[in-house]
Design a protein around this ligand. Structure first.
Ligand SMILES: [Mg+2]
Length: 236
């Protein structure tokens, strides 16, 4: 097994021309808990649509998420819902938990080449979150679940769609994600892969490390601080 590195080595990224970032729990840390609001909205949507109690709705939502990559995909395939309606309601959240992060903005800006957000969420959600962080202007484009024809990461075809649309040479690209399974396809395409891990949750970190040693040989780097990681790449 190959152990992921934790200290960024600039030479490992010297060939990178396109920088690809997941949004939720990647561009902002897990402990902000923004995604918990989205999660709640999705459960409420399922409960209302199918007239289920909260526990049943939550269980079904999680099943769809697990089986189809997103709750949305499960709802579209099984209940033929309108994706726009769902996305609007899922992302009707309070963004005030996200504070401007100028150092992160500077670190992203300093990276040589193009920068993309590649999310299973929507463009309005990505824009709102990136704007709240004060980093929106540093991105060249956002590839969202609509652009992906509602087929979410980790499906390989969605990474191909993204790369084709933006003419990304994946051998000269890096991907940042908080979900290990979403880095499998990027690694297979030759991308440098960086996994964001939760901060200040030592137990979870240790647990995740154990998981890596079992099966995850597709992750080049682990970090719990995106800004520090990126800044280290362009320092000096
Ligand atoms: Mg994420």
């Amino acid at each position: 097994m190959i152990k992921p590195k934790t200290t960024p080595v600039a030479a490992d990224f010297a060939h990178v021309r396109d920088w690809v970032f997941d949004l939720d729990n990647t561009l902002y840390p897990h402990h902000v808990n923004l995604f918990a609001q989205i999660d709640q909205n999705m459960s409420a949507f399922v409960a209302e649509l199918l007239q289920l109690g909260p526990d049943e709705a939550r269980a079904l939502q999680k099943r769809y998420y697990h089986e189809h990559g997103t709750t949305l995909q499960g709802l579209m395939l099984n209940h033929n819902i309108d994706p726009n309606d769902f996305l609007e309601r899922a992302h009707a959240i309070d963004y005030s938990a996200l504070l401007p992060h100028p150092e992160l903005g500077e670190a992203i800006k300093a990276l040589p080449g193009r920068k993309f957000i590649f999310t299973n969420g929507s463009v309005p959600h990505a824009e709102a979150a990136a704007r709240a962080l004060g980093i929106l202007d540093h991105f060249d484009d956002i590839f969202d679940i609509v652009a992906a024809d509602y087929v979410p990461k980790p499906a390989g075809e969605t990474y191909d769609k993204f790369a084709n649309l933006h003419r990304v040479d994946t051998r000269h690209a890096a991907m940042f994600e908080d979900l290990p399974r979403n880095l499998k396809a990027p690694k297979a395409l030759g991308m440098r892969t960086v996994l964001l891990t939760p901060r200040n949750l030592d137990d979870i970190l240790i647990e995740r490390w154990e998981v890596f040693s079992e099966e995850d040989d597709h992750i080049d780097y682990l970090t719990d601080d995106l800004q520090a990681f990126l800044s280290a790449l362009t320092a000096g």
